[in-house]
Design a protein around this ligand. Structure first.
Ligand code: ADE
Ligand code: ZN
Length: 334
């Protein structure tokens, strides 16, 4: 055997730092929601959801994401989505996750944001007895500009005592420069919130620099294009600034060419800090376990190297040192 097999990885306690609540919606649940809400997806034929989920480009991905969000029509839908995600995480022995949630989607689709936020956060707390603790990073959509981002910051601050630890920016990286969001992220930092940003996913290494310099991002979502800039590689290493890697996501969105070896090989070889994630497990038909198996195949890692990865990932979380200590005890490293 050249690398860890799935069965060997299954029982290792896991941590995930880049996972979207909305993107956890499975095709099967989308069909159920379409039926519940009698949506127009039903009129497009029995394969409509499968076709939607078979995207091969970033634009196709954004479209599928939007359709998923359109089908989340009540706080109860969000409650169920959250509960199902937590169950799947618990089933994979994920003991701690920082989950991205985009509350500004709610007013866009006519939902009461506060009710939805409270439903999501409340359901998140129900994970603890099942062995999965969560914190929330409120994500905002780059192509929607600064106003929803300010609103997202306001909600994040309002709910910080309910498990919200950070602010993130996602969506279409090519649509707006990071500087548009500079003041919002500066306010977030001043208020003590953590910051992450999707960058260097479909755009080049300069976008990662902008996320660091303009948004003072502490973690970079994807960042696979950082490899193109040796100075940036050096910076990430010296500042222990991790890339949040999601292998399936990168192939499915076209961020990485399907015929290439995934850059995680080079990222690991150069000693760039990284975490391993599922990003949008529903949309990409993946799971954290599956991402670990893929990484094992590419990196040739043994189970002990995944245990080390989890230890390193804990250091990159947005928890306090005391909270990390508690997770360490759960991991058996106390
Ligand atoms: N939102 C959810 N997943 C995303 C991704 N991979 N890139 C940008 N925004 C996202
Ligand atoms: Zn993401």
């Amino acid at each position: 055997m050249t690398h860890a097999a799935g069965t060997e990885l299954r029982d290792i306690s896991k941590i995930e730092t880049h996972l979207h609540l909305e993107g956890s919606l499975t095709e099967q649940r989308l069909v159920a929601l379409a039926s519940k809400h009698q949506s127009s997806l039903l009129e497009k034929g029995p394969d409509a959801a499968a076709q939607l989920y078979n995207f091969e480009t970033f634009t196709g991905f954004l479209n599928a994401y939007k359709v998923c969000c359109e089908h989340l029509k009540t706080p109860e839908d969000y409650r169920q989505l959250t509960a199902e995600l937590l169950q799947r995480l618990a089933d994979q022995h994920c003991v701690y996750a920082e989950i991205l949630f985009t509350p500004s989607i709610c007013p866009r689709f006519g939902l009461p944001a506060r009710e939805v936020i409270e439903a999501v956060l409340e359901t998140g707390r129900e994970g603890q007895p099942r062995g999965i603790q969560v914190r929330w990073i409120f994500d905002t959509v780059r192509q929607w500009g600064a106003d929803p981002c300010w609103q997202t910051l306001e909600w994040a601050l309002q709910y910080r005592d309910h498990g919200v630890v950070g602010l993130c920016i996602g969506g279409d990286e090519a649509s707006q420069p990071a500087r548009v969001f500079r003041d919002v992220f500066e306010s977030a930092e001043k208020a003590g919130l953590h910051r992450s940003a999707h960058a260097g996913e479909i755009c080049d290494a300069r976008s990662v620099w902008h996320a660091i310099e303009e948004l003072r991002a502490e973690r970079i979502g994807h960042g696979v294009h950082a490899l193109e800039d040796p100075l940036l590689v050096d910076y990430l290493i010296r500042h222990s600034l991790p890339l949040e890697i999601s292998i399936t996501s990168n192939f499915r969105t076209g961020a990485v060419d399907k015929d290439c070896v995934h850059p995680i090989l080079e990222i690991n070889r150069r000693g760039i800090p990284f975490t391993l994630n599922s990003d949008d497990p529903g949309l990409f038909r993946t799971s954290l376990q599956r991402e670990w198996e893929l990484a094992a195949g590419i990196l040739g890692w043994f189970p002990e190297q995944f245990v080390e990865l989890v230890r390193r990932t804990l250091r990159y979380t947005f928890l306090t040192e005391d909270e990390r200590e508690q997770i360490r005890a759960i991991l058996g490293d106390g």
